[in-house]
Design a protein around this ligand. Sequence first.
Ligand code: ADP
Ligand code: MG
Length: 249
Amino acid sequence: MKPSPSMQLTLKSLRLSGIADSLEARLNEAKESSLGYLEFLQIILQDEVERRYAGAVNRRLKQAAFQEHKALEEFDFTAVAGSNPKEIKDLGNCLFIERHEHVLLYGPPGTGKTHLAQALGNRACRNNYSVMFTTAAKLFRKLAAARIECSYEETMRTVLKPQLLIIDDLGLTAFTQEQTEAFYEIVAERHQAGSIIITSNRPPGDWPGLFPDQVLANSLMDRLAHKAHHLPLKGESYRKRGRPQQTTT
Ligand code: ADP
Ligand code: MG
């Protein structure tokens, strides 16, 4: 059974594209299984809800600008030591975002820090939170450029806006005074308003040494650390697993 062109137009003008797409198949199903009116209505409305949810998630994923699609389900918890897998999995329910708590993932290269940060970000998008993923280098470059172009405030607002901000690879190099001030502002502003996930090759205990200004550093670390889930990751780099075996002759 084919919906009439005028029906398609009505659905389009009401922006019910989920119903428009599935209506023909649903009408056939309804006819075959003699569905009641209410059941039929329920099914096509559900199609619309699902279509809208999928669209919203896709928009959130796009806005988040992840480097790669990574999921918690793809993470091999037997390969890491240092953190409690249950604690990591529990973060996947995104309650930490609701509570404006932070997550600090740190450990040697290849232990899955960026994977987990993006996987938690992916969960957040699916739970309808706004997310921004950036590397620390990119973030500070963007803010430095904005300072020159006199659009610092506006750029800072875009950084502070998402409910979850993910900063990958913080502390690879020491912070400049400008970067320290920007980072302080981010942490201070998000204190009551949003969550941050930070990944770093260095443990948070080493971060204060990277800041030129110890007063700002102490205040910043105090705000960050006391509301944060600390997730140290230990072990061999997972990247090595894909490498061909070395032959010794
Ligand atoms: P890091 O950010 O700690 O340097 P990545 O998260 O970039 O490490 O991990 C390197 C690669 O190994 C990625 O492709 C990631 O998906 C994979 N990987 C790392 N740890 C695990 C794990 N425990 N289970 C599955 N894949 C992993
Ligand atoms: Mg990484």
